[in-house]
Design a protein around this ligand. Sequence first.
Ligand SMILES: [Zn+2]
Length: 581
Amino acid sequence: MSYLVLARKWRPQHFNEVIGQQPVVRTLQNALKRSRVSHAMLFSGVRGVGKTTLARIMAKALNCQSEKEDRPCNKCDSCLEITNGSALDLHEIDGASNRGIQEIRELKENIRFFPTKSRYKIIIIDEVHMLTTEAFNALLKTLEEPPKHVFFMFATTELHKIPITILSRCQRYELKRIAFAELHDFFKKVAEKEGVAVSAKALSIITREADGSVRDGLSLLDQMFSFGGDQVKDEDVVDVLGLVDHTVFEKLAASLLSGDLARGLELLDRTYRAGIDIKRFANDLLNFFRTVLICKTSPHPEELLDISDMELQEAKKIAAGQSAETLYQYFHLLLQGIGQMQYSPRPRMILEMALIKAAQAGQIVPASVLLERFDDCFRQSLSLPLSQVAPADPVVVETNQPEDIKEKDVSGSREVSAVKEKMSEKKTVSPKPAETEITQPGPSVAKSLAPATHQKDVRKNWDDFVAYVKERKSWMSHVLQLCDRVEEHDDDLIMIFSQPTEYKILDQSENMKLLTRYVQDFFQKELKPRLRVRGGEDACGNSDNSVSEERRALARDPLVRMATEVFGGRVASVRTGPKFR
Ligand SMILES: [Zn+2]
């Protein structure tokens, strides 16, 4: 007794047995009911999704002798002949081996005659994209005016290779990859009916491997059934098919992301020893990181991913503890490694190096989070008692500058004017950001920084303003400190910098909005901050800097300064990428 492979045994014989192609099935059945079936049909889709199967069912339905509406009946002579492959009026042609013009000429000769037994002659050409241009041209004429007794059905995996002239004469049906859940249920049913107990994990691995194709999945099941008899266990799938259970990827990713590189390499070693193809493994691992990234970034990852619920839950769990940046870093380094693996005699080593590199790069914290952390640090240091705060260097101001000594509208503080009288030549202003009392007359005078209830002078209170900002948005105060000069004109508060790069970050609308609020709250005036560059026209105008000046400015960038301060480093060199401005 010959063994019938599962793919043939389970080939659908009726529309309602076709899985995963409901829209196409419905359209075909409606066309049959209304007798509006096109004389040229084209089924496209990846391998093993049911293109020729649907064409055959359609052929049966067209020639079915049953009076019932639900055709094919699978009982009449015509149906049975097609099922067992002896129908004289059904011609199945393999486009790959009959691709020349001669074969098409013979076919055209053949269809001139009426069908021998059935209502229609039906021509199915599989892999039709393999036909030569001449063959397509020869076919074209027939497709323009097909004889009433002939139906053409084409199947292809490569729709784009079909000439547009042919496409435009066909009714097209695009078949989809079959969804994981649907395929999984189908394979489960097949296993049950075949009397084989397949473990849940094994079934999941086979379904994943089938990648949307019924035929691929069924041939994997075939292999497993002939190996395992009436039972298929998890390890059988790994041993026979060389496939890896998804939990290996989960464990590997989790150990790498938690910084346990040793465990990660150990897992890789175990996989390698099990005889798994390392290039394939790397690709599957890459795919796993894609899954985790999608879980991280999409609110509905299940719509984008074709995986089991169990896998989805695990991926979500891993995604929850990581930043998208970190996950992308792993994805990127792995992708790079895979590229190098293609040409290397030692793919395992390259994969190991990629994983080490990724693990060493560590966790990436998004810049916005970093800025917030800096702010928190500064805020905390400000809330410490004054004695613990390192005093800032006093700023010495020459008294012969008229704007600075005419304190008529400072803060109305009597202490200040009292001290001023006692002061001889110089006056010292400390930009300390907290309210202090003057305990002894001397060269050091601190002003009150509490927001005043009335208007303040921009130039005189600038340092206080910077301190005020520092309490609220520390990074912004660093930028303000770079400002060379401030001027007040009408309703504008003009801030003059020496380089446009110094205020670049302030120039973003969100930051500008915040700055405006601080300015108006502090100075109690309807002022609008304006950013200018010294000697330049406007904030948006690019001043004509030489490259070296620009580099110097980059080194002075407040973000860079802050970073060097926080990490205790220094700027060693400045490298610029392609111009982005
Ligand atoms: Zn029938």
